[in-house]
Design a protein around this ligand. Structure first.
Ligand code: SF4
Length: 175
């Protein structure tokens, strides 16, 4: 396995852990999307996908290129997606169901949590390790191979501990 493959494998492993973490939290739908739907008569919402974030902050780097290539093999190229009544400029945003990418998101898409969500993590669960920019740079460095080994292991452990703090179990192979 070369360095790029190793970095992608680690990135996707952290993505799976973050997905388990986000799905334990239940914040976005309950506190953002559902109230907005109630306010606007159930019309679809873009939520935080207000740009083509899969490209705007990505770096000119071989690992980013590889991530994009694998994403497009799995989910199609952006131009392959046309939505009636689109609500987001991002082609991967299904107006009815949100982001169609179940994996291989760009670091900015994967890391983003709004201030309210981060505050709730702190006040309700005592989870302080998560801040949006810190996570974004950790994911970017993981992908480009400059995140120190110790920080990679800490990141993994912090996410596992955060899932446990929310009283949820996670698949054993992710630990
Ligand atoms: S790729 Fe997904 S998460 Fe990122 S902006 Fe588009 S719809 Fe949102």
């Amino acid at each position: 396995m070369n360095a790029i493959e190793r970095n992608i494998r680690r990135y996707l492993e952290i993505e799976r852990l973050l997905d388990a973490f986000f799905s334990s939290f239940h914040f976005c739908h309950a506190h953002c999307i559902a109230p907005e739907l109630r306010r606007n008569g159930n019309r679809p919402v873009a939520a935080c996908c207000k740009d083509k974030y899969y490209q705007v902050f990505d770096l000119p780097d071989a690992a980013f290129d590889r991530l994009r290539k694998e994403r497009e093999q799995l989910y199609g190229e952006p131009a392959d997606h046309k939505w009636a009544n689109a609500v987001s400029p991002c082609e991967y945003h299904d107006p009815q169901n949100g982001c169609i990418l179940k994996s291989h998101k760009s670091p900015v898409c994967l890391a983003f949590f709004c201030r309210r969500a981060i505050e709730q993590l702190r006040t309700d669960f005592g989870i302080y390790f998560y801040d949006y920019l810190g996570m974004y740079y950790a994911l970017e460095w993981l992908l480009t191979g400059v995140l120190p080994e110790r920080d990679y292991l800490d990141l993994k452990q912090n996410i596992v501990a955060a899932i446990a703090a929310m009283g949820k179990s996670f698949p054993a192979q992710m630990a």
